[in-house]
Design a protein around this ligand. Structure first.
Ligand code: RB5
Length: 148
């Protein structure tokens, strides 16, 4: 069973989303793209990031990738969903640490600052790096415990 990845963006992330989706599908991932499919119209990032994050929160997708101009709006939206840990990442080292230390199940990317060539190594590292567990498990559990 291939891992399912939810994806969403706003108009600023459509082209990076399409490039990443193509690569992920070529590698055998099942991608659920919540849109938008065109950058012709300006749209509101929350309308798209929310269903992509809900899919992760409900276990319908194992991971999610969300993209807007800065990556911030989609990250804020995704992190409102309990159980979602969305990391805004712009380099490979942070992508690895977001997995090892924070068990980041969603990745937020900047469509303004990243092209496919810079974004793909980040996505690859985020997909390949396991959560370290141990003391980091206790720490991520406290996020939910202390923010009820
Ligand atoms: C859209 O202009 C821009 O505000 C959006 O893509 C994003 O950067 C918001 O966080």
């Amino acid at each position: 069973m291939p891992q399912t990845i939810s994806m969403a963006s706003d108009h600023r992330g459509v082209s990076l989303k399409a490039a990443l989706r193509g690569k992920l599908e070529a590698l055998g991932y099942a991608v659920h793209d919540f849109g938008p499919m065109t950058e012709a119209e300006a749209v509101d990032y929350a309308d798209y990031a929310a269903p992509a994050a809900r899919a992760v929160a409900e276990g319908k997708a194992a991971r999610g990738i969300v993209i807007c101009g800065t990556g911030l709006g989609v990250m804020y939206t995704a992190n409102r969903f309990r159980g979602v840990r969305a990391a805004l990442v712009a380099d490979v080292e942070t992508a690895k640490l977001a997995r090892e230390h924070n068990d980041a199940n969603m990745l937020a990317l900047s469509g303004n600052r990243l092209d496919f060539a810079t974004a793909w190594p980040i996505v690859e590292a985020w997909l390949a790096t396991p959560f370290a567990g141990g003391r980091h498990q206790r720490r991520i559990e406290k996020i939910d415990e202390l923010t009820q």
